[in-house]
Design a protein. Structure first.
Length: 159
């Protein structure tokens, strides 16, 4: 899915529109898709509040369903941009929405200085690991089931 495809369908892409409550509802809906389930690892309400107040959010909205896709990153103005969340509602999976949101993030945040994106993923989330690999991430370390991956910023000039 591209930005153009999203604009033509029922999906609208936005940046930093969702409230903490909307993020929490979305994360609860997606919780069982994480390995282990997100609700078993974090207080979803507190995590949603942190994302709403501190992260840059790339969001996909369906007119009927609400928030259906979310990529949230922490950009601390240093070398690293940390991808804290990539999630798509179960009813919207398989259409490339996660890839579209990640690409939107890269398009907006890539700058001409040396930067990199970092994230962590459970090794048992094989489809997710494949997605991140297709998006240019490579494994840099592993601790138990958790793989740390990085992707360099491309440093493309913005138009």
């Amino acid at each position: 899915m591209t930005w153009e495809m999203a604009r033509q369908g029922s999906i609208e892409l936005a940046v930093d529109r969702a409230s903490a409550d909307q993020i929490a509802r979305h994360l609860r809906e997606c919780s069982d898709s994480f390995v282990p389930p997100l609700a078993e690892r974090v207080d979803i309400a507190a995590y949603a509040e942190k994302i709403a107040s501190r992260a840059i959010r790339f969001e996909a909205w369906d007119a009927a369903l609400g928030l259906v896709g979310l990529v949230a990153v922490y950009d601390n103005a240093g070398l690293d941009v940390f991808v804290t969340n990539v999630s798509v509602a179960p009813s919207c999976r398989g259409a490339g929405l996660a890839q579209c949101l990640l690409q939107s993030c890269f398009d907006r945040l890539d700058i001409p200085s040396a930067r990199r994106y970092r994230l962590e993923v459970n090794q048992h989330s094989e489809a997710v690991v494949r997605l991140y690999t297709r998006m240019g991430f490579t494994p840099v370390s592993q601790a138990g089931d958790l793989i740390s991956m990085e992707r360099p910023a491309t440093g493309k000039d913005k138009e």
